[in-house]
Design a protein around this ligand. Structure first.
Ligand code: HEM
Length: 397
């Protein structure tokens, strides 16, 4: 291999896809000098995610973890996402109760009313910074309400979840004092909410989790706190970027944009293709529990393994003409929500929120275009999406 894979390289962070192509072609299971193994072909990524016995999730959350020497950190990786069976199976069954298809479908009217509230602030102005004014507050508000948190504090939730996911996987920000301070603030807030909900339970998700702690002994108090944090973070940063990536993809492909404007029922195809073509979660982490072989490479026990979801989704062997954005293709089988026992708990919620969001953005903001020359992406190798998305449009009549 003639180049060193550096996930911190600004050029890579701007556009990782050429590097993924080289990895798939030249070294589909690459041992990085830092000791981790990067898996870039669809077949390999799927094999890793399928085999939770060999590839443990104990490594998940490593990058999201804020090491805190002073107080206890918020550790997302200590929750569901970092567990293996049988503990994972038990915990997953609990949160599944809060994410039933019925509960999700019932959210649609509320999602639409949050969209109305957000649109009211900018629809008449002809301008919007879509990430900050819309794509971020929408999922934060929805997940906060599901958890029974005070949606008025959504600016804080946004700051906390953004710092924990994006800043903790961005060069120069890992372990920073800002990250540690944010982590402590978040813990203090959630601890207070949990105490209050113990005294006054409701029908929200935090109450569901407290019930599991008190009645069934499945969760301890620390796990409960981590669980609530995971849901808040996983439910906001990801969907925000799916909305942004979809709008960017459409602006970059005017013919597709026209095609979808003719019939907004085509949006589900656009959403699935965006998930495949420009995945909001670019990669995952696993840890080998024994020596194993993958794609002809021997991986020792205890080695970190990095399955590149976004690269697997661009694998020509799996998706013909994979580099092309084509919402009419069959994108089923994309790995943007993961695969196997940790398959995204919020996939249907994310799809619902994004469909409602894009229906309004495309259906109501006429002559939509970028307000500026370039769009800055997040500087994170884990999460991909526009940091800010300034748009102009013709104000509604
Ligand atoms: C576009 C939006 C989203 C994307 C791309 C996404 C992506 C993912 C991926 C790739 C995983 C697998 C992690 C692994 O295998 O280690 C995952 C897991 C998870 N996601 Fe999502 N997610 C999205 C939205 C959401 C939402 C809205 C929620 C919650 C409301 C959510 C909650 C979770 C949870 C709790 C897990 C852990 C599941 C487990 O460990 O069993 N996600 N997500």
């Amino acid at each position: 291999m003639s180049f060193v894979f550096n996930p911190m390289d600004p050029e890579f962070l701007r556009d990782p896809y050429p590097v993924y192509t080289r990895l798939r072609n030249e070294s589909p299971v690459l041992r990085h000098p830092a000791g981790f193994h990067i898996v870039s072909r669809y077949e390999g990524v799927e094999a890793v995610l399928r085999d939770a016995t060999t590839f443990s999730s104990a490594a998940m959350g490593g990058g999201m973890r804020a090491n805190d020497s002073g107080g206890k950190p918020i550790v997302i990786g200590g929750s569901l996402i970092g567990q293996d069976p049988p503990v994972h199976t038990e915990q997953r069954a609990i949160v599944n109760r809060g994410f039933t298809p019925r509960r999700m479908a019932a959210l649609e009217p509320r999602i639409r009313s949050v969209i109305e509230e957000l649109f009211a602030k900018f629809e008449h102005t002809g301008r919007v910074e879509l990430t900050g004014q819309f794509a971020s507050p929408l999922p934060v508000t929805v997940i906060a309400e599901l958890l029974g948190l005070d949606a008025e504090r959504r600016d804080d939730f946004k700051r906390w979840s953004g710092t924990l996911v994006v800043a903790s996987t961005s060069p120069g920000q890992m372990g920073s004092p800002e990250l540690l301070r944010t982590s402590r603030e978040f813990r203090t807030y959630l601890s207070e909410v949990i105490e209050e909900r113990r005294a006054h339970p409701g029908s929200d998700l935090v109450s569901v989790l407290i019930h599991a702690e008190q009645q069934e002994g499945v969760l301890d108090a620390e796990q409960l706190l981590q669980f609530a944090s995971l849901l808040l973070v996983a439910g906001s940063e990801t969907t925000m970027n799916l909305i942004g990536n979809a709008v960017l993809a459409l602006l970059d492909h005017p013919e597709v944009f026209e095609w979808v404007l003719e019939d907004l029922d085509r949006l589900p195809g656009v959403i699935e293709e965006t998930l495949r073509w420009d995945s909001p979660v670019q990669l995952l982490m696993r840890l080998t529990t024994c020596e194993t072989e993958l794609g002809g490479v021997t991986i020792p026990k205890g080695a970190p393994v990095m399955p590149l979801l976004a690269s697997a989704n661009r694998d020509e062997e799996r998706f013909p003409d994979a580099q092309r954005f084509d919402p009419e293709r069959n994108s089923a089988g994309h790995l943007a929500f993961g695969f196997g026992n940790h398959f995204c708990l919020g996939a249907s919620l994310a799809r619902l929120e994004t469909r409602c969001a894009l229906e309004s953005v495309l259906g109501r903001l006429r002559e939509l275009q970028l307000d500026g020359e370039t769009v800055e992406r997040h500087g994170s190798f884990l999460i991909r999406g526009p940091k800010a998305l300034p748009l102009r449009f013709a104000s509604a009549a």
